[in-house]
Ligand binder design. Structure first.
Ligand SMILES: [Fe+2]
Ligand SMILES: [Fe+2]
Length: 208
């Protein structure tokens, strides 16, 4: 601990702080110290921060659907949970639209990037492509090719993505549905983010 704890209201005496600012000034020992603290910090804050991204919209109004994005995500996760699917699928359902408002056009990529290091390739692929699969259920949406998903026909994760969208996404906007509270899912999200991360940074976004 150094006097940074006096200079910043967000400093926490539980952590050691650098007394330098620019990365180019950090020594090898500085980096060792930072990396040594990083995993403990993520264990404490990563899942909670991902959940806060979702709950940021809890009280926001909706623009035409009967539930807002937060309630849609809760319903999706609750339906997956009640169907007895694996915990990873529940967490993926909970966060599949976490970027729907802040990053609408690429919200599938947003969720895939958020969770990609911690989930199966099956769910990583589903998150990236679920919005395109929704086209099938939106036949009257202007400018949409309802069958665009067919370009991935035969892909090993096609059927799961189609099933997720059909059963747990396109109709998960029912204001009368009794969702589990977010608290139900918190330990599940914590367990998924506590997995050893896989490095998927090299995945080409244009690959099928
Ligand atoms: Fe979506
Ligand atoms: Fe959705």
């Amino acid at each position: 601990m150094n006097d940074v704890t006096q200079r910043s209201p967000l400093a926490d005496p539980a952590w050691h702080y650098l007394d330098k600012i620019a990365l180019e000034d950090l020594s090898h020992d500085d980096w060792v110290m930072l990396e040594g603290q990083r995993s403990a910090y993520l264990a404490r804050h990563q899942a909670a921060q991902a959940l806060r991204l979702l709950s940021a919209g809890e009280h926001d109004p909706c623009f035409g659907y009967q539930v807002n994005n937060y309630r849609h995500c809760l319903q999706s996760a609750t339906m997956v949970l009640r169907d007895g699917l694996p915990e990873e699928d529940v967490v993926v359902a909970l966060l599949h639209d976490v970027g729907f408002i802040a990053c609408p056009l690429l919200h599938g990529d947003f969720a895939a990037t958020l969770l990609g290091a911690y989930v199966s390739e099956r769910n990583h692929w589903m998150l990236r492509h679920h919005a395109t699969f929704q086209n099938l259920h939106s036949p009257h949406m202007p400018g949409v090719n309802q069958h665009e998903r067919e370009r991935w026909s035969g892909h090993p994760h096609f059927d799961w993505t189609a099933e997720f969208v059909a059963r747990y996404d396109q109709a998960a906007a029912d204001p009368s549905y009794r969702c589990e509270p977010l608290q139900t899912f918190v330990p599940m999200v914590e367990r998924i983010f506590s997995r050893k991360p896989q490095d998927r940074r090299s995945i080409n976004q244009d690959k099928p």
